[in-house]
Write a protein that binds this ligand. Structure first.
Ligand SMILES: [Zn+2]
Length: 219
């Protein structure tokens, strides 16, 4: 899943309003933040295999450290504890942990049975990605709903608060359309470089946080 992860991150702003969008979105994407690191380290593998599922040409050969159920639980716990150590905001810590885990649940729905339950364990996945239409309808619906919740929870301080948010939305829409159209990356190295470059997103989230504020200050 791709923009569906952003959807839950945006929506969580209502549940944990005092947690920054940067933390919420990074938590929702956290397993995919780890993934390129493990690819570079050579402990996880991906292959380009057009038709692996209808939605993606990527074959996730091995990614037990970023994407097994067991490690997803471990990462969720670590992130929640780290967040709690840095702030006194328990609600934020709980939601941050849940967001990290939501990534695995959404990937479990999307991927074919390539997600290990634990490193070396049996692999699972419901395979929503076998239908491009079902995937796009599900993710776009989620994204619109998540964004609507975020818009109802925050407002732009001044005009840059509109630019920061909507430029990200436009960029994601462009990238998603490209994925739906079935573009195939030229090489595994290109996947590694692109997925690492996506860390630039974090700076974009910070920009959104700086330029938007809560509509209602939580008590
Ligand atoms: Zn993932």
């Amino acid at each position: 899943m791709f923009i569906g992860h952003f959807a839950v991150g945006f929506a969580a702003k209502r549940a944990a309003p005092r947690t920054s969008l940067t933390v919420l979105l990074t938590a929702a994407l956290f397993l995919d933040v780890l993934w390129p690191i493990f690819l570079w380290l050579g402990i996880e593998q991906v292959r380009i295999h057009p038709g692996d599922t209808r939605f993606t040409p990527l074959e996730f050969v091995s990614y037990p450290w970023s994407h097994s159920l067991l490690m997803a639980l471990v990462w969720s716990g670590i992130v929640a504890v780290l967040y709690r150590m840095r702030t006194a905001y328990v609600v934020g810590a709980v939601w941050t942990g849940l967001l990290v885990f939501s990534h695995w649940v959404l990937d479990f729905v999307s991927h074919r049975a390539d997600l290990p339950l634990y490193p070396g364990g049996p692999k699972v996945g419901l395979g929503l990605w076998n239908s491009v239409t079902a995937t796009a309808v599900t993710e776009i619906t989620m994204f619109v709903a998540g964004l609507a919740i975020y818009l109802a929870t925050t407002r732009a301080k001044r005009w840059p608060g509109h630019v920061s948010l909507w430029s990200l939305v436009a960029f994601l829409a462009y990238m998603y359309a490209d994925t739906v159209r079935g573009s195939v990356p030229p090489s595994v190295r290109a996947i590694e470089i692109l997925s690492t470059a996506l860390l630039i997103f974090v700076a974009w989230f910070v920009w959104i946080d700086r330029t938007r504020e809560l509509r209602r200050v939580p008590s």
